[in-house]
Design a protein around this ligand. Structure first.
Ligand code: CO
Length: 303
């Protein structure tokens, strides 16, 4: 077993998207190879409906998958294939945009006006960029939730973990997407296959991820898996942690416990040509997408 070093920790940054939605972006647009196969991660947490209700009116996607996970409030969606629906608290939508889709995503607050959810973008390899669009909508009760002896709870959204398999299937980047809650004071280690690139996103409580590589941080522990490690305190308020190579990560939950997403996938390692919601391999393919949008040929007719 080897501990994955924490390459970087950083706070998600406030930004505005869609028709004026205030959100926090943990990564995206800056360096697409950094967390390959993942391109972007947005955190929609807001308690003021005026800052999110304008939503994301009709827009295109091509060449990627968008994964929406709702924690509070809801998201109404509709698309160019005629699909409509509502994602509620705990639900997940895994959308394979493939060759192209036009859709809208309209968030609504809960009874207290609160909205919370995440959107992750996963890249598609060149062989699947023009695959047929597909939706997988998963209701909260269909997501396996496992509770360990120490009270650690894991919702398995995608991939296999502790013997359970998440309900989303057939995804190119072989992703694993876990929602993990570790109780106060508990130290827990999670295996992640070495070939995966991995990040954690802390959004409740606080804790410390063991770090075998960097001297910075608060030294809380000296012995994890026989190695001398540093462990640093992390605020639970929207913190991204990028992990390096290894096959496990260790977290020490603070006094409030800690809740975080642990996401990993196989890198695609192809050139990235990116324009807004369209991500292809070459500039020529981007130009083709723009021409298709102008000419009304972006959406392939169903057959
Ligand atoms: Co979209």
């Amino acid at each position: 077993m080897s501990l994955r070093p924490t390459l970087e920790t950083r706070l998600a940054q406030p930004t505005m998207e869609g028709a004026g939605v205030h959100l926090h972006r943990a990564f995206g647009f800056h360096n697409p190879s950094e967390l390959d196969p993942f391109l972007l991660f947005d955190d929609f947490r807001n308690e003021d409906p005026a800052k999110f209700e304008a939503g994301f009116p009709w827009h295109p996607h091509r060449g990627i998958e968008t994964i929406t996970y709702v924690l509070s409030g809801s998201v109404d969606h509709g698309d160019s294939l005629g699909n409509t629906g509502t994602l509620g608290a705990g639900d997940v939508q895994w959308m394979t945009a493939g060759s192209g889709i036009l859709h809208q995503e309209m968030p609504h607050g809960n009874a207290q006006g609160q909205m919370h959810g995440f959107q992750l973008w996963a890249n598609l390899p060149s062989s699947l960029k023009m695959t047929a669009p597909r939706y997988q909508d998963v209701k909260s009760p269909d997501i396996p939730e496992i509770t360990d002896d120490d009270g650690t709870t894991v919702r398995v959204i995608v991939g296999e973990f502790w013997g359970k398999r998440g309900p989303v299937d057939g995804i190119a980047a072989d992703p694993q997407y876990l929602d993990i809650s570790v109780p106060p004071g508990v130290k827990k280690t999670f295996r992640i296959d070495t070939y995966r690139r991995a990040f954690a996103y802390v959004f409740e409580g606080a804790g410390a991820f063991a770090d075998a590589s960097q001297p910075a941080g608060v030294l809380l522990e000296k012995e994890v898996a026989g190695e001398e490690v540093n462990i640093r305190d992390l605020s639970g308020d929207r913190t991204l942690i990028r992990f390096g190579t290894g096959d496990e990560v260790t977290v020490q939950a603070g006094e409030q416990g800690i809740r975080f997403l642990l996401v990993s996938g196989a890198p695609i390692q192809e050139p990235v040509a990116w324009h807004g919601p369209i991500v292809m391999n070459t500039t020529a393919e981007l130009q083709q997408a723009m021409a298709d949008l102008r000419n009304g040929t972006f959406i392939k007719p169903a057959h």
